[in-house]
Each structure stands twice: as structure tokens, then as C-alpha cells.
Design a protein around this ligand. Sequence first.
Ligand SMILES: [Zn+2]
Length: 405
Amino acid sequence: MSVNDLELKTFKAIIECIEEGSEKPSRAAIAKELGLSRTTASNYVNKLISSDILEELDSESQGRGRPGKPLTLSSSKRYAIGAFFDESDWYLSVVNLQGNPIENLHYPIERMTIDSFIQVLIGGIQEIQKKYGSQLLPAIGIGSPGVIDRKTGTIIKAVDLGWRDIPLGRIVLQQTGFSCYILNRYRATGLGEAHHGQGQGVKDFIFIGIGTGMGSAIFIDGKLMFTTNIHTGGIGHIIVDPHGPYCSCGRKGCALPLASTDALIANVLKSLKENPSLAYTPLAQRYSTEKTVTLQEIMQAAEDGDAFARQSVHTVADPMCQIIGHLITIINPKKIVLGGPMATTGTYYVNYIKEKVTNDYLTPEIPIVQGSMDVYTGARGAASLVTKRVVELTFHTPDTWYQEQ
Ligand SMILES: [Zn+2]
């Protein structure tokens, strides 16, 4: 069904009314809210119901008169896919139009190359396409590593992985037929936190993700901030120590080589090799048998009170405290949510940052909390880029594979 611009706008306004209202509106409530006649509103609602976008719930009798049936977004007829990449795994989530997960799928990448990164994702999408068919909205939201050109769907660079100019969106479209909405993986996680996690009900908050890479998602008045087409929230390349090590971006002293999970593990391994006095620490014992230590082991040792592990965590947490202190000074959000592997495995790390930022940066006391432990939060956040376009994706065939976000 093809519709004109006015119809498109009205459909979107009806959906907004349903999503933003504190209770599920009836047709009469929508007519009142949008200044439409009851008949016109009802006609629009009927079209949205017959397109499987809305559903009508059983009416709840409230006082006298014929009660209106509450309307909601469809819970079981149309679905969207979101994908999120982390370390060496793709996490895909199939969500309903209300954003609730119907199915979560995990696809590990056995040998990490650019080609397998793309092909494992495409394999996952195709498996879902086979199962859900035309019930899927014809697009996918993707939380990818790196700096993304969101208009062309290209990963411009992912310095932690050594990648440049990967036309991910174009390849996914060619092989699956689905348009792509691609954004940095930590911005996708921020969207997941906003809709379903620690950001729910908070209009102004900042999500910061720390793993092998870093990124942030700044929400102002409930909206994810986008400034340029390409780069918003790339905190990994804020210079925190001008005399610090070289970053793979070519500059000296960025946060990334000082504060990533790779930096933490490398620092710990270096100290264990060079410092015999650490031989009796839990991490040294682990290292002597396994010849390596994991992020989880370091965070657990810090949690258990081991002084060496705690000092190692402080070294990578201090640059983040600087960045968070500055972000709070500039933006004054209501909440900071810390996520990504570093923060979700490290309760001690999060608590240390919370205490240091509050004590050292003359900031108003703002809650600094650990993000969701659910590995599918980023996939659900990416899927929200698709569900929010349900009207366009249903009534307009997308003719380009990139879209304004
Ligand atoms: Zn850098």
C-alpha cells in the first residue's frame, strides 16, 4: 500500500501518541490528542491494524458509556532484527514492535578476519529471514565497532581492530536485501540502555562503553545526540596524557591505549613478567599455569581485595575519570551509565570511578552506575533503529540502503 506524506506523518503521530503516552490510548484519545475527527482517526488506526503495526486490546470497562479499546504496537505480527558485535561474537536479537525480544541468537566468529566478521553476520541474518519471512521489517540495525559513516554504512576506521573503509552496509544489503542502519556498537548499547536498561525514564544521560574500543552515547531530552554524519561520542581519542603512549590513530596519549581492556591486560602481564615480588598474587599464580590472564580474572581479583589487581584497575580507570569529569562539567547529565566488557565485568572498576569522580572533579553528585549485564542490550538498541521506522518500512519500499538516522 502506498501512502502520501500527510498519511505517513499521521501514522507516525499516532504511533508516537501510543509510545509516549503514560497509558495505552483508545481511538477517541488519539483523535483528541491529534485534533482529528473520530472517524478520520479511526480510519488511520484501521489501516495500521490491517498492516499488523497496531493491535487492539480487550476494552477495560471504565465507568459509563462504551469503553474505548486500548491500542498498542503489535506484539506478535511484525518483527525487527538488531545485531551487535562484541570482541569476537555477533549477538542478534529479533524483537517485536514493542522492542521486546522474541529470540536471541549468538554467532561466535571462529577466526577473526574482516571477511568472517561480515559473513557470520550475514549468515545470522539469513537464518532469521528464513524463519520469520515477510513478518520481518526489511531492515537491520547494526552496532558495529569503529567510526561509522551512517549515511553510507561504511566502517571508516576501527583502530582497535586495524580496519579501514569497510562498506558493511552495502555488502549486507547486496547479500540479504535488507537496508542497514549502522552505528557504533557502544552507541547501540546506549540506545538499549535508554529503552530497556539503566537509561529508562532518564532523559539526559550518558552511556560510556569500554572494551577493546571505546565509545559514548549522549542522550539529551531523550534523544541520542548526533552532530555530524560520522563522529559523535568518540571518547577513545580524547588526549588524557600528552606524554602518554602512541595511539593507533597516530597521536600521543589518547585514552584508548591507556584505558581499554587490552591496555589493562597488557599492563598486568608486563608487571607479572617484570616483577618477581608479585609471584604470590592470585594473578601471578594464574599466569604461571595458563601463561595469560583474562579480564574476568583481573576484575575478580580486584573485587576480592588483591592490591596488585586493584592498582592495575586504577591505572586504566583514572583516564576514564578524567573524561567523565569533563563530560559532567560540560553536559551535566542526570546519570552516567558505564558498560562494555570493562564495566560489566568490573563492579570494583565502576565503584572506583564513581568515588574518584565524585571526590576529585568538583562535579555535582551524579549517579554513576553499571550498565546492563545482558549481552543482547546492544542488539536490542540497534533493533530500535528499525522499529522506529516501522511506518516508512511498511508503506515505502526503501530504495537506498543507507538512511538518515
Ligand atoms: Zn587515538
